[in-house]
Design a protein around this ligand. Sequence first.
Ligand code: HEM
Ligand code: MG
Length: 335
Amino acid sequence: PIPNPPAPLAKGQDGLKLSNDPAHPFITPGPDDLRGPCPALNTLANHGFLPRNGVARPDQIVTAVMEGLNLGNDFAKFLVYQAFLMNGNPLTNLMSIGMHTPLTGQNPPKPALVGGLSQHGTFEGDTSMSRVDAFFGDPAAFNQTRFNDLLDFSTKYGFNGTYDLNATAEFRFQRLQDSIMTNPELDFTAPRILSAYSEAVFPLVYFVDGRLNNRQLTQDAATSFFADQRLPADFHRQPAPVSFEVIEPMVGEIFAKHPFTPGVNHGKNNYQLMPNTPALSDFCGIYKDIVLRVIPAQYPRPSSQLKDALNKNLGFLFGAVKQQHNCTQVFPYGR
Ligand code: HEM
Ligand code: MG
């Protein structure tokens, strides 16, 4: 029995709210608690918006990001069901927000990965802002050197030293240039290009206190989320649900400052363009690529039980994109 995705927060319950409240105390994760590459989900787990062991159902994650940070329902579902199809266990409906764990139950047959969010080359990918590329080390672990660069770019390019849209644009592009120069195995193609650019913008929206809501993240607040994986004291979420309609224009703006073409490195500083893969602006192309290429690579010929579960989750994913984007639904396993 796979639960349907949660509904949007009810009217009147979807506004400004204290997230760092007594019902959600910060507790340092224990040695067996899983944490991974996403500072937001790690933080939400540390405050009990998600199970503190780091293993959750997709619907729980949708609820957690709506409640804790006021992600819009569509946008939350898009992120979660995309990640779940790449990294979760469709048979048990569980996913690790970190590395693979037996707690997600018996795996479906290979080449399925069920790797958790830390699995490189699925949702997790290169040119992250606070993590190293997988070629250099653990791509899920917070990296202080990388994060110091984020702070330096804020000091240099942001208004009053904040991480704002201008700092984001410069830092996002520098991260790509750095990986092109140093990572012989850099892969910067769909779907990673979309997550890389979206995640660059998330902090200056969702990590800014909703009472201020000025799209300027202070270095103290950035440090709280990224390094401490902790909500700042008295943190209030966004004053209204924030979805595609806010994030996408911001992504468009930072892209316009420094455009790029998808590609992969064949050795250091040898970036081969892949103009026939979906571009950052081609949202429906990226959706189609996920559904027809990325997911079937792990589930080429699913048994009937598995196929039913995959089809349900693929339906939830499409449900998240059809409102805002006029994509045509695609069916890797038939209707
Ligand atoms: C990475 C924020 C929701 C999965 C990131 C990063 C940020 C971020 C800033 C980039 C870290 C870096 O580049 O070093 C957020 C915010 C969210 C959110 C603010 C919602 C409020 C989600 C959800 C999922 C997810 C719902 C999936 C269920 C990931 C993964 C990465 C990531 C897999 C690693 C990508 C990489 O950098 O390689 N997130 N996230 N995030 N997030 Fe989230
Ligand atoms: Mg990464």
